[in-house]
Design a protein around this ligand. Structure first.
Ligand code: MG
Length: 251
């Protein structure tokens, strides 16, 4: 069942979302050649707690950190550790927080130093596909209009959309119904109405869409070794259309 949120609930989610946005801004400042992903995780956890919230990922299904940090061919769910960022890397950071019983969730992919044109294009296409999807989040449209917008834009740019992982409803739980795939035909699924809140999160590969999970049981990588990018926002459908609750000036 899709739980529609009241304006009071959306206000609480706006506050959680603002903290998520600020964490991504802090991480952007911390990203540099030679920095470990564990350091970025520590920046995130400290900031979240300072703002009176809890890191939503820490301990979730025993995940050991407050952010997911996924580099280059890693798609999502990378575990922060002692790996140091190198010039030319791209790094996807996913972060969730819980505050006053409500969740916010967002992700962005960042460049480390100078990156290739191909990597730039992947980041741009992924970010834009998220905004194409958000634009479809209008009362009376259907859920798969959102999904289709991502796939259509990404494939037009000769890249591919990951199938095995999808976006989700969000609210008092980090993952609520409905699932929000980044692919599919338009015009299917539930009709969108005011009060729905979705975490829309395209994961886009420069090569094929197939992925696998590493032996650490978390890190998802592209099967063909190609680069992958990930952007996500928590978005509420209000009276005046979609409102990005995790708006951060980065994406
Ligand atoms: Mg998410």
């Amino acid at each position: 069942m899709i739980k529609l949120k009241s304006s009071k609930e959306i206000q609480l989610m706006r506050e959680a979302g603002k903290i998520v946005a600020e964490v991504l801004q802090q991480i952007e400042k911390g990203i540099d050649i030679g920095v470990t992903t564990a350091k970025l995780d520590s920046i995130a956890e400290k900031y979240i707690r300072k703002r009176g919230a809890e890191p939503a990922f820490l301990g979730y299904n025993n995940f050991p950190a407050s952010i997911c940090a996924s580099i280059n061919n890693e798609v999502v769910h990378g575990i922060p550790g002692l790996r140091r960022l190198k010039e030319g890397d791209i790094i996807s950071i996913d972060v969730g927080v819980r505050r006053k019983g409500y969740y916010g969730d967002a992700a962005a992919t960042f460049a480390v130093g100078k990156i290739t044109e191909k990597a730039h294009k992947l980041i741009d296409v992924t970010r834009t596909s998220l905004h194409k999807a958000i634009a479809e989040m209008q009362s009376g449209k259907r859920l798969s209009d959102v999904s289709h917008a991502v796939q259509a834009y990404v494939e037009k740019n000769s890249m591919s959309v990951v199938r095995n992982y999808v976006g989700h409803g969000i609210g008092e739980q980090m993952h609520e119904e409905p699932q929000v795939p980044n692919f599919g035909l338009a015009g299917r699924g539930p009709i969108l109405q005011q009060g729905i809140v979705l975490a829309i999160e395209p994961m886009v590969n420069a090569g094929s869409w197939e992925v696998e999970v590493l032996d650490d049981q978390w890190t998802v990588v592209t099967s063909d070794g190609s680069l992958s990018a990930h952007f996500e926002h928590t978005v509420a459908l209000g009276e005046n259309g979609p409102e990005i609750l995790t708006s951060n000036g980065l994406s």
